[in-house]
Write a protein that binds this ligand. Structure first.
Ligand SMILES: [Zn+2]
Ligand SMILES: [Zn+2]
Length: 206
């Protein structure tokens, strides 16, 4: 999808939408940023060569994380940095979720809530994987918090990309079983799913 389409949708319909819906400051700022991205409202800069042979005037980007025109570049750069950090091993993709009854708390305390959820999920993962029944080692992991599901409905959850192995107390690498890392049925840990061989960091030999 052309990133400019989202900007056009907002420009054409946001004013009407906000007359009949409650829009908080954060949402308003996001909409304003998306609508003004790379337009005169954001100001401009000049790209040119030092000799003055060439110069071009460009409108500034909004750099808001919700803006598709800015976000796609940031996403690619983030992905590239993570790929460079990745170890040459298999990875599992694990999703932690939580009761929707807690969403009102998240709405009012976003930063504290995300920090707590990150910490609690990592403690759970570490506790499980240090257990000799599942791995017996400390894995490497990358975590990303998301507050929406695929249908754009409120759904706080955390995606974990976890190494299929870890370091023992003696600093030795222990590999996970081929197709299983941790049980997903254990409600104590709030784990929704666990998929093996996450594509992004797929083992180079496979
Ligand atoms: Zn933008
Ligand atoms: Zn997600």
């Amino acid at each position: 999808m052309d990133a400019g389409i989202v900007q056009k949708i907002f420009t054409d319909h946001f004013e009407t939408y906000r007359k009949s819906h409650v829009v908080d400051t954060r949402q308003y700022h996001a909409a304003e940023s998306i609508m003004s991205c790379r337009t005169p409202d954001q100001g401009y800069h000049i790209d040119g060569c030092p000799n003055g042979d060439y110069h071009v005037l460009l409108y500034n980007s909004c750099k808001h994380r919700s803006c598709p025109q800015c976000g796609s570049i940031e996403t690619e750069l983030w992905l590239e940095r993570r790929r460079r950090q990745a170890l040459d091993c298999r990875y599992f993709h694990i999703v932690f979720t939580m009761s929707h009854d807690l969403h009102p708390l998240w709405r009012k305390n976003r930063k504290v809530f995300v920090n707590l959820m990150m910490r609690a999920s990592w403690h759970s993962l570490r506790e499980l994987l240090l257990d000799i029944r599942w791995l017996g080692g400390l894995p490497g992991a990358i975590a990303v918090f998301q507050s929406w599901d695929d249908d754009m409905k409120e759904h706080c959850h955390i995606h974990y990309i976890v190494t299929a192995g870890g370091l023992t107390a003696d600093n030795l690498w222990v590999s996970a079983k081929k197709s299983f890392l941790i049980p997903t049925s254990n409600s104590k840990f709030g784990i929704l799913s666990c998929y093996r061989d996450f594509e992004l960091f797929k083992h180079k030999d496979h």
